[in-house]
Design a protein around this ligand. Sequence first.
Ligand code: 0GY
Length: 297
Amino acid sequence: MTEVQVKDADWLDFHPNPSKPAFTLPEGAVDAHCHVFGPSPEFPFAPERKYTPCNAGKDELYKLRDYLGFSRNVIVQATCHGKDNRAMVDACRTAGDLARGIASVGPDITEDEIREMDAAGVRGVRFNFVKRLVDATPKEVFLSIAEKIKPFGWHIVVYFEAQDLEELVPFLEQLPTVIVVDHMGRPDVEKGVDHPDFQRFLDLMARNENIWSKVTCPERLSKVGPDTYDDVVPFAKKVVEMFPDRVLWGTDWPHPNMKSHMPDDGKLVDFIPRIAPTAEEQQKLLVDNPMRLYWAR
Ligand code: 0GY
């Protein structure tokens, strides 16, 4: 019998009717960080998951894409699916050339499995260091995965929290591919842009031209909250200004593990011109950079 996977009691569902953004996205804009959850039971959540979300499948995701005015998506494997990439891969196949994926894999992944995911649109793997989301993986395991995916031209998305960056720097500088850091390495925005913690992140990007950043998730990082997320603006704006050719933006729909509130995705889109005020920055952030990284072939 198929197990019914009931969402966590305190789970916040994605916004049922987001506003229409005031900001008009440039033609061909990419939502470069989003997820699909299930739907379960067709795509069950993994036994080792740390949370059980609501269902939020590809149909809902593509409805939101069209409503907000995006053209394409990069779907990042969510930890609630563990290393079972079927829901993400199925969503990529459904969208054809309009979606790419980032998988979560183990060191036993075979070349044939990588090739099959590549054909579906997968272009990278995610290494997760956030302790509330995953059990720790030894760095040697991540390094062996990196060597396996590198010949396919894939890259590595890393998710960690600011307090862990110092320890991670030597490892990150060892990785042999492009690296994309989720949510600017999750700075503590109360410390300010000039704090050594955020400067360490900017220095890392300055030293390593293969390191990119998603200037995403004001709703996760903000202490002042919706709808303006004012305290996150200086951080994201700084990264866009310093590294205009190595930044990506995404909604993070369906916003896993938000506890304080559920963001209005339309308002998140309206955050973009505040962190990328010029048309040139917006074109790079939303179109040129993701197209170069994910749609070069
Ligand atoms: C995000 C953030 C989170 C979760 C995941 O894969 C995941 O479960 O990425 C989080 O809880 O901070 O980027 O979606």
